[in-house]
Structure formats: C-alpha cells, structure tokens
Write a protein that binds this ligand. Structure first.
Ligand code: CTP
Ligand code: CA
Length: 234
C-alpha cells in the first residue's frame, strides 16, 4: 500500500525542472560550455511524471542519448539568459521548481558576429566575460506562498565534510527550501550513470542522502520534496 501511495503522491502538483548545461556563444561557431549531460534533471522529470505530477522540463543542450519522457513538456533553451527567461515564464504556475541545470556563471561580453580569426589575435586571445544573473535567486525572490524551490550544487571537494559545508553555505545563501549537493571531478559526476546526493534544507540540516542510479536519486529527492511540502520549516 505504501508503494501505491508513493506512486501517485504528486498527483495535481505542477513541477518545473531545469536540466542540462547552458552554452554561451563566442562567435557563430564556438561556445563556452560545461559537462552537464542533463541526465539527472531528466530523471527527476520522469520520476515526477511517474508520481502523477504535471511536469515541464527546461532543457539546455541535453546529451543526445538523454531523452525526456514523452509525458513531459519540454522547453528548449541555449544560453543562461534564455534559461532564465524560460524559468521566469514557467515558475509562476509551478508548485515545485528544481534547478538541476548547470547554468553558466559568465557570458562573453562581446559576441563576435563573424568567426574569430587567428590572424586577428596572434599568439593568444583574451575573452572578456560578464557575470550572468543568478536565476534561482530571482525565483526565490519572486517565490509565492506554498512554492517549493530546490537548487543543485555540483562541487569539487576533498571529502564528504567539505561537500556538506559547501552545501550548507550555498543553501543558506540561495534561500532555497532544499539543496542537493553532489561531488564532481574529472572522472566523477558527469558521464556517470550513478550519482550520490546529499540533500540539505534551508537551515543546513541533512534531510536525506541517496546514491544509486539517477532514477533512484531522483525519487529520493522527490521524497524529500514531498516531505518539506507536508511540513514546511519543521
Ligand atoms: N544557478 C542559477 N543561475 C546561475 C548560476 C547557478 O540559477 N547563474 C543555479 C543552479 O542551477 C543550481 C544553483 O544555482 O541550482 C547552484 O549553482 P552553483 O553553480 O553551484 O552556484 P553558484 O551560485 O553559481 O556558485 P559557484 O558556481 O561560485 O559555486
Ligand atoms: Ca556556478
């Protein structure tokens, strides 16, 4: 019975999930990017649909083998700015927002209209970057009553203590209801099919840890979201 109940525990709940990695153009043929595949965010979207939620996925450059569930409405974006606009447009109708996307912190100050030529910058090239706005901070500032906002943090850390410390600091700084932190590095986190999450609340309490497939960690995160929605701030 418990299994049946959990299966549809998000019936009637509207969720917006961002996934993937934004790309910031340098010129018509080049970009600054990151290694996010979109796999964890797409898994969260699918798991939420399985549990009865109405799901919108704001997708930035998902890997080719990462395919959103057909029940999920997909909004495709490219840059951090586009992702921010899509989130701003969809957030007002959402009960739950999960920011799993890797959003570029900077964009190129002056995008070249033509392909940069080596002869124009002999010996080396300096790109001027401008800081992008913090999308999730804007969503938190505009949060309406009863809305649950979840951020992610992919961190390079020496050990679990450092991961927890960084997760706590970031959750407090962002003002999100939950923050899911995972350790990443040259060989962990991105291409991997498995993941390990430490989930903290706004006060820095560890509400769950989960490891396994990205479907397993997606369900664990949704469990934690369902729990804060039942007893917010407890
Ligand atoms: N995020 C965002 N807008 C940005 C950058 C990040 O909404 N411009 C979101 C991410 O989607 C994630 C959370 O903020 O849910 C944390 O992202 P992270 O890169 O870890 O945090 P930053 O605040 O950018 O701090 P830093 O990169 O310096 O660690
Ligand atoms: Ca960042």
């Amino acid at each position: 019975l418990a299994l049946v109940e959990r299966e549809r525990d998000l019936e009637g709940v509207s969720i917006v999930v961002s996934a993937g990695g934004t790309r910031e153009p340098i010129d018509p043929v080049r970009f600054l990017g990151n290694r996010s595949s979109g796999r964890q965010g797409v898994a969260i979207a699918r798991a939420a649909a399985d549990r009865g939620a109405r799901v919108t996925l704001v997708a930035a450059h998902l890997d080719a083998d990462v395919r959103p569930d057909p029940r999920v409405e997909v909004v495709s974006v490219g840059t951090a700015d586009e992702l921010g606009r899509a989130m701003d447009a969809t957030a007002p109708g959402a009960d739950v927002i999960v920011m799993a996307a890797a959003v570029a912190d900077y964009s190129v100050a002056e995008v070249s209209a033509h392909k940069l030529r080596k002869q124009d910058s002999p010996g080396g090239l300096t790109l001027q970057l401008t800081e992008n706005r913090d999308v999730v901070a804007g969503l938190v500032a505009a949060r309406r009553e009863g809305q649950t906002i979840v951020a992610f943090a992919a961190e390079t850390v020496a050990d679990d203590d450092e991961l927890l410390e960084r997760a706590r600091t970031k959750a407090a700084r962002k003002g999100v209801d939950l923050l899911a932190a995972n350790a990443v590095g040259w060989t962990r986190g991105f291409e991997a099919l498995d993941n390990a999450l430490t989930i903290v609340d706004r006060d820095g309490r560890v509400v769950a840890t989960a490891s396994g497939s990205k479907d397993d960690t997606a369900h664990a995160l949704l469990d934690a979201i369902a729990a804060v929605r039942v007893s917010p701030g407890s």
